[in-house]
Design a protein around this ligand. Structure first.
Ligand code: PMP
Length: 357
């Protein structure tokens, strides 16, 4: 029996994708071998590879001015690749909204990049998205669109003339975005769009050309991936295969507007459950900053109940609800592959648990 999986990442996958992968694992499309067993230089793999890239572009409605790159090293490598490739002797500006932006800032420091924090919500334990004013002439303006641990998310992207760089790891492919100011959007795909081992980088082509730094090793340069269509070396072929299935699944669901509608419904149901609990449950994020993807909450009256909640939930077939070690409490990640029914089951459990306590 499959569990209802609220893990923050890697996370639950659509059942239809798992079944297709299972079916094709031993014998890919009657070829007599698995997709994992063939060269990335074959036509068969290339079809998967380019279909995955095209699917990503189609979902976000992107034209020829953007390119999709597949890079290993997770989202974490992008913390360094972004400043290495895109700092341009000016200043790079960051909004600090949690651990993942702090980690990005750390890499900019290690690289001795001239950077500023122009807004932060650290004063209130990252429970909100701050007001941000980026300088128009910054080399880039960096944000994390969804803060996986604290459960906050931008409702609108900040307006700026500087190219926006977005770590979208935990709300990747969950809703349409206005790409007008976006220079680069990236994420590890293991939360909302596949499995670990692959980061997807969507980059505006002029950003690749802007890079002035000549001392970047090949594997750390965006231009290397661009010039070789992300086939410079052996890519993570199985992760790309799974990402392709996920793109096809999202398209078959009706695209990002449709999935966003379902995500909104799921999140509303869960936040209503928290808000209507007479204070038994308390959400971490300020209401105007609440994430549709990660819902972090506590049982403020009696913290000991939180561990019992997680245990009892497991007993009831629901896993992955323990909060991140930095914040504690409970966290339900309700990414694309979680269904309305899954969230309904959680809410029923929460109501029952509060009644019994
Ligand atoms: N950014 C965000 C918003 C994340 O949630 C995570 C992982 N939880 C990362 C970056 C780091 O991703 P990776 O483990 O793929 O390096």
């Amino acid at each position: 029996m499959r569990k209802i999986n609220f893990s923050a990442g890697p996370s639950t996958l659509p059942v239809s994708i798992l079944k297709q992968a299972q079916e094709e694992l031993f014998d890919y499309q009657k070829q007599g071998f698995s997709i994992m067993e063939i060269s990335h230089r074959t036509k068969i793999f290339e079809e998967v590879h380019f279909s995955a890239m095209n699917g990503a572009k189609k979902l976000y409605g992107l034209g020829d001015d953007y390119e999709v790159l597949f890079i290993q090293g997770g989202a974490s490598l992008q913390f360094a690749m972004v400043p290495m490739n895109l700092a341009n002797n000016g200043v790079c500006e960051y909004a600090n909204t949690g651990i993942w932006t702090k980690k990005a800032l750390k890499e900019a420091s290690i690289l001795n990049i001239n950077h500023n924090i122009v807004a932060s919500s650290e004063n209130e334990n990252f429970s909100y998205i701050p007001e941000i004013k980026f300088s128009d002439n910054a080399d880039y303006a960096y944000i994390c669109s969804n803060n996986t641990i604290y459960g906050t998310q931008y409702k609108n992207l900040p307006q700026t003339k500087a190219p926006l760089i977005i770590d979208a790891s935990s709300d990747f492919f969950s809703k349409k975005l206005d790409f007008k100011n976006i220079g680069l959007l990236y994420g590890g795909v293991q939360k909302n769009a596949g499995i670990s081992g692959l980061a997807c980088v969507i980059i505006r082509k002029d950003m690749i050309k802007r890079c002035k730094n000549k001392n970047i090793p090949s594997m750390l340069k965006y231009s290397t991936y661009s010039e070789n269509q992300s086939l410079f070396n052996t890519p993570p072929t199985f992760a790309i295969y799974m990402f392709n299935l996920e793109m096809k699944w999202l398209l078959s669901m009706g695209g990002l507007d449709k999935i966003n509608k379902i995500n909104e419904e799921k999140a509303k149901m869960l936040y209503d459950c928290i808000d209507e609990s007479n204070g038994f449950y308390k959400g971490h994020a300020r209401k105007d900053s609440r994430s549709l993807m990660n819902v972090s909450f506590n049982i403020p009256e009696n913290k000991d109940l939180e561990a019992i909640f997680v245990k009892e939930a497991e007993y009831n077939n629901m896993i992955g609800l323990k909060g991140h070690r930095l914040l504690g409490g409970i966290r339900a990640s309700i990414y694309n592959a979680l269904t309305l029914q899954d969230v309904k089951t959680l809410c029923e459990f929460m109501k029952e648990f509060a009644k019994k306590a």
